[in-house]
Design a protein around this ligand. Structure first.
Ligand code: CMP
Length: 137
């Protein structure tokens, strides 16, 4: 079993897409091992996305990610990282395949409803950013 981090971003929470996104995970056979809602400070958003600090969209991205509550989840499945990426679709909703979350709901390359870890090492770091071992069931 593999674990990955999923975030329903502020646009997804504001637009009442939490249930829709979770339904897609569950219907794909993904188990939710941990979940909580929180509101990142700007500094916390900057720390989470530190890998992008040199990118031109870093300021805007961290402002957006701290603009409202998010839902963070640890997803568990065989191949959870790829399964989640397949469900999300491409980062840019214009390139996302029909039936993916970003194709169906994203409105913007930045406001793309969900985040998912992109590799095993990133998943470990991102899960540890939000959850302690005791919070995972
Ligand atoms: P995410 O999967 O969370 O990883 C980094 C985020 O940066 C990405 O989703 C988008 O929200 C945002 N992002 C990526 N590329 C761009 C871009 N070219 N312009 C603005 N935001 C971007």
């Amino acid at each position: 079993m593999e674990r990955t981090l999923s975030i329903i971003k502020p646009d997804g929470v504001r637009r009442a897409l939490v249930g829709e996104v979770i339904k897609r995970f569950e219907q794909a056979g993904i188990r939710i091992a941990a979940m909580k809602m929180l509101h990142l400070s700007r500094e916390q958003a900057k720390a989470f996305y530190a890998v992008h600090r040199e990118r031109p969209f870093y300021d805007s991205l961290t402002e957006f990610m701290s603009s409202g509550p998010i839902v963070v989840m640890v997803l568990e499945a065989d191949g959870a990282i790829q399964k989640n990426r397949d469900l999300m679709g491409a980062t840019n909703f214009k390139d996302a395949a029909p039936g993916t979350i970003r194709h169906d709901f994203a409105t913007d390359i930045e406001q793309n409803v969900v985040h998912g870890s992109d590799a095993p090492a990133t998943a470990l770091t991102e899960i540890a950013f939000f959850f302690s071992a005791l919070e995972m069931v």
